[in-house]
Design a protein around this ligand. Structure first.
Ligand code: HDD
Length: 722
């Protein structure tokens, strides 16, 4: 692959540079710097003798190796990350004093780690799961971490339930099954007893949980945060990351197959996009709510199981983030990076959201067992570009050499330094929220509405998206063995949408339940039935446009992977013209042939072939093109793997284009033979299938179809066995 020159020099990159070691051109040494003369043989008592304990070279090498692993993250263990920059385009001056949101044009270095939640470090990228979207901004005023997800709400309202949630979704403790999957009894047992999770469940059962690419998903700060201005006035804020490539997902059948064909699919996609210079980009949007409007909504702003529909508070775009550099070392950067929602800078503050409050403790705490020392902040990837000067000292693995005799404040021996900074000097001040309350373990009644936004989300989906949610629930609950759990879940679904509940019940072979009755979930031992019984709210909105992926951008084929199915005798003109047309728009074209090496075209042009039907699969592509050429189409028409490739792409509703000569191949496919109506001229474009003798015209149709992503209408017709 051609590596593009990245102009990624920034303060953080310069800082990281100091720690890099170039292994080239130096001798092999021990960790204490002694040159090694023989790295092939241990020191022995004679050629066939025992190894000597005095062999410090062997001892050190094995010893280091034995300790190379650290505990994986307790959640979000599987992740991929990249460096980049954030540039502010619209100032929030007057709303916040945080320079990152007031200095237009300033480029702030960022490090972003995407993750799945439930799976272990080596688990598949394509699990049905929430994706973590954690951004570390290395601002001039200190590190600011926005540790969000690709879903704007959360399963639970209070952090005290987090360990229960995670224990329920992780592999079951007696047999460590299943890996990276929520489709098992303990997860649905917990969920069926937690009505507050129902909104999030609608999202996780939707295609949002199966991103096509980490570059094609939204990010959300989830909680309501505060922005604080120079006068210490507060505005509430919700953060949104909007991908410039739009929000796109894969089909569930496809996701499962990708997991087998390439379980690093997302990691590789992110890496390759950045290496090729197709830098992933997101706009940062904010929903800003004046302090006075805290209670103006039909839900509680402090409740993380709710979102603010964009129709009610529009998202204002204030900047753009571009990821332009891959990490140099996975462990040192992606693994050792330590995020914390409590890493705030002056001008940004937290709220009393009980989910957020609990997180503030958890992240620093977990880094201790993961990274081994409080000094994890000194690791190169975690170090701020802002100056660190305080009186914290010592501890395991301290890197900094603090000079001088003063490590306390106030002091006179150090000239009083380092001084506290006044607010006007950039010192962090917490918002002086007025609080008058009893100390209680209780949840606010304003958190009682568990279903209205679940219903709003469901109602906002396109027909295809609704079908996918239904199918996902059938799959997940179909894997549950305990009947009472499935029944409770179906009862719960009746509160979201009766039609949905009925379809799932029928599929599972359950009776359609009568009304749901009391579900007290986690309101605590002292909660009284009247506190929550029959409290069913309804959103005043029927639907919200931003919640459906059907309304996303569909204007680009940048970075889309297109398979050209070819064999000897292919029409080189078709390959070149279609190839040029697609690659000039930023798509990536791969020739896929029966075998590797090269093919010779009709007119003796040689094309090198790096992928075959054995080494790749349709699920790794966005679209398929079959060029003409008498011998090529004859070979492909007789090649079952090629026919499977096409049928499978068809099944996953992907755009398919073929030259009229390649009709011979199509005629052998199941989709063509059994579903002739799809290949009716009038329907083909609607179904994302194009054919023509006119290459230019074909390329144009094909591009539009690829930008459209998928043609879910095909799911309405009979299924294809692929
Ligand atoms: Fe969390 C990691 C996002 C609730 C406790 N969380 C973690 C990561 C992300 C999130 C993206 C991975 C960061 C990385 O890439 O290193 N977490 C969220 C969001 C939440 C949320 C969006 C709800 C809105 N988390 C949450 C709660 C708790 C935690 C309520 C505990 C009370 N999360 C953790 C953790 C992790 C973590 C155990 C594991 C590894 C780490 O922190 O560094 O502390």
């Amino acid at each position: 692959m051609q590596k593009k020159q990245h102009n990624q020099s920034n303060e953080k990159q310069d800082d990281l540079e100091k720690n890099k070691i170039d292994p080239n051109g130096t001798f092999l040494t021990t960790n204490h710097g002694v040159k090694i003369n023989d790295n092939q043989n241990s020191l022995k008592t004679g050629e066939r003798g025992g190894t000597l304990i005095e062999d410090f070279i062997l001892r050190e090498k094995i010893h280091h190796f034995d300790h190379e692993r650290i505990p994986e993250r307790i959640v979000h263990a599987r992740g991929s990350a990249a460096h980049g920059v954030f540039e502010l385009t619209t100032s929030l001056q007057g709303v916040t004093k945080a320079k990152i949101f007031t200095e237009v044009g300033k480029q702030t270095p960022v490090f972003v780690r995407f993750s799945t939640v439930a799976g272990s470090r080596g688990s598949t990228d394509l699990a049905r799961d929430v994706r973590g979207f954690a951004v570390k901004f290395y601002t001039s005023e200190g590190n600011y971490d926005l540790v969000g997800n690709n879903i704007p709400v959360f399963f639970i309202q209070d952090a005290i339930k987090f360990p229960d949630l995670v224990h329920a979704v992780k592999p079951e403790p007696h047999n460590e099954l299943p890996q990276a999957a929520s489709a098992h009894d303990t997860f649905w047992d917990f969920i069926s007893l937690m009505p507050e999770s129902m909104h999030m469940i609608m999202w996780t059962m939707s295609d949002r949980a199966l991103p096509r690419s980490l570059r094609m998903m939204e990010g959300f700060g989830v909680h309501t945060f505060r922005l604080i201005n120079e006068n210490n006035e507060s505005h509430f804020v919700k953060f949104h990351w909007k991908p410039l490539l739009g929000v796109h997902s894969v089909a569930w059948d496809e996701a499962q197959k990708i997991s087998g064909k390439n379980s690093d699919f997302h990691r590789q996609d992110l890496w390759e996009a950045i290496e090729s210079g197709a830098f992933p980009e997101w706009e940062l949007g904010v929903q800003i709510i004046p302090e006075a409007d805290e209670h103006a909504f039909e839900f509680d702003l402090l409740d993380s199981s709710k979102l603010i529909p964009e129709e009610i508070v529009p998202v204002q775009i204030i900047g753009k983030m571009t990821l332009n550099k891959n990490p140099d070392n996975f462990f040192a950067e992606t693994e050792q990076v330590a995020f914390n929602p409590g890493h705030l800078v002056a001008g940004i503050d937290i709220t009393n959201d009980p989910l957020l409050q609990g997180r503030l403790f958890s992240y620093t705490d977990t880094q201790l067992s993961r990274l081994g020392s409080h000094n994890f902040q000194e690791l190169p990837i975690n170090r701020p570009v802002a100056t660190v000067s305080n009186n914290q000292r010592d501890g395991h693995m301290r890197h900094t050499i603090n000079t001088g005799r003063v490590s306390y404040e106030p002091n006179s021996l150090g000239g009083g330094c380092p001084f506290q900074a006044k607010a006007a000097q950039g010192g962090f001040t917490s918002f002086p929220e007025r609080i008058e309350s009893n100390k209680i373990r209780q949840r606010s009644k304003s958190f009682l509405d568990h279903f209205s936004q679940a219903t709003l989300f469901f109602n906002s989906q396109s027909d295809a998206e609704k079908d996918h949610i239904t199918d996902a629930l059938c799959f997940e609950l179909g894997k549950v063995e305990t009947v009472s759990i499935k029944e409770r879940m179906v009862k719960m679904l009746t509160k979201v949408d009766k039609g949905l509940a009925a379809k799932v019940a029928v599929y599972l072979g359950l009776k359609i339940p009568a009304d749901i009755g009391l579900l007290n979930g986690s309101f605590g031992a002292d909660a009284k039935p009247e506190d929550f019984e029959s409290v069913i709210f309804k959103s005043s909105l029927e639907s919200s446009t931003g919640l459906s992926m059907a309304n996303t951008k569909k204007d680009s084929i940048k970075t889309r992977q297109i398979a050209f199915l070819v064999a000897d005798g292919v029409d080189e003109n078709a390959v070149k013209k279609m190839g040029n047309s697609l690659t000039s728009q930023g798509a990536v074209v791969h020739l896929v042939a029966p075998k590797l090496g090269s093919i010779i075209s009709e007119n003796d042009v040689e094309f090198s072939v790096l992928r075959s039907f054995l080494t790749t699969a349709s699920v790794l592509y966005d679209a398929v093109y079959i060029p003409g050429g008498i011998n090529s189409v004859a070979t492909l028409a007789a090649e079952p793997d090629a026919l499977h490739f096409i049928d499978e792409a068809f099944k996953h509703c992907k755009p398919i284009a073929f030259d009229s000569m390649a009709l011979q191949v199509m005629q052998e496919t199941y989709c063509y033979k059994k579903l002739p109506s799809v290949f009716d001229d009038a329907y083909m474009v609607e179904a994302g299938i194009s054919t023509s003798d006119d290459l230019q015209k074909l390329a144009k149709y094909f591009s539009v179809a690829i930008a459209n992503h998928r043609f879910w209408s095909r799911e309405k017709i009979d299924k294809v066995p692929a």
